[in-house]
Ligand binder design. Sequence first.
Ligand SMILES: Nc1ncnc2c1ncn2[C@@H]1O[C@H](COP(=O)(O)OP(=O)(O)OP(=O)(O)O)[C@@H](O)[C@H]1O
Ligand SMILES: [Mg+2]
Length: 310
Amino acid sequence: MTALQPQTVPVPVLDADLDFLDIVTEWDTTTAFHKWRPSIVVPATFRSANTPRTIVVGNQKGGVGKTITSLELAMAFAARGLRTRLIDADPQKAALTVWLRETCYPEVGPRHTLRDVFFGQATLAQATHPTIYRGLYFIPSDPDLSDVESANSSKVLSPETLLRDALRADTGEWDINLFDLGPNLDKISISALIAAQDLVIAIQDGGLEVEGTGNIITTVNSIKERMNPDLALRAIFFTDFKKDSLHRKIGQEMSKGFPDALIVPARESTNAGWSTLNKRPLRMYAPGDKPCLDYDRAAGLLISTDQKAG
Ligand SMILES: Nc1ncnc2c1ncn2[C@@H]1O[C@H](COP(=O)(O)OP(=O)(O)OP(=O)(O)O)[C@@H](O)[C@H]1O
Ligand SMILES: [Mg+2]
């Protein structure tokens, strides 16, 4: 493959007159269904965070939109001028790495991955690669990342606190570090949760979603108590969101269950699948598409860019 030039493509800023969702403070349960329109819930207690920020996108359930949420949020942050590093922490599929490899980040020299960071063979800086998108950097995964799970402690020292310590020692000036987790709460996921301030959960339809999120919340609460008091659930992205009574009901349950978090319907679009097939972020494949708008607005709510403007 020919080497691509890094950082040549600007991430588009979206037009203000596109079909963005409204922002409300409570999930609407009263409007008649035919008049109801999903909205983003921003609870009265919610405050945008300042950079630098470390965000983890997770859920112990597979196939619920974690990876698309990670990538689209990262693109939205980059579009706002934030220096954003996306980290593929899924050992099993390395889906994000495969997604981005061919089209989005250049083949230059030997490539360190997150595995090398865990095995002490590279620093975070050495495993960080530019993408072709301005402001977006990437740490790839590796099928051998799962070795972290089985390695004995002489090979991987303190995996649980490794990412936290590596980020503290990191030299780059990052506004955002954003981890895409795999569906298992393995050592890598725990390590990312100990390093992070913000947890973002992705869910997809299904009556068990509310219970399912309970699992990750239990883990997060124990991490919060023991290792990382700064960790907080900041947002729930309801991906592939359809305007039907089931989605409306689950949105209501989520809003009730997590009253301090953003509730973001990321509306359904066939372009979500097409963009993956074409190995492009949705924001580049279909920039005015509904889920792209939903991720963009949510990114603006999660992180304040006022300090940048000043
Ligand atoms: N807004 C959307 N509209 C339509 N389909 C969507 C939308 N968001 C996500 N999807 C689809 O949901 C599926 C799962 O997405 P994704 O791979 O991001 O999930 P995941 O949680 O990362 O999965 P895994 O646990 O396997 O890592 C994909 O097929 C994706 O195209
Ligand atoms: Mg994934």
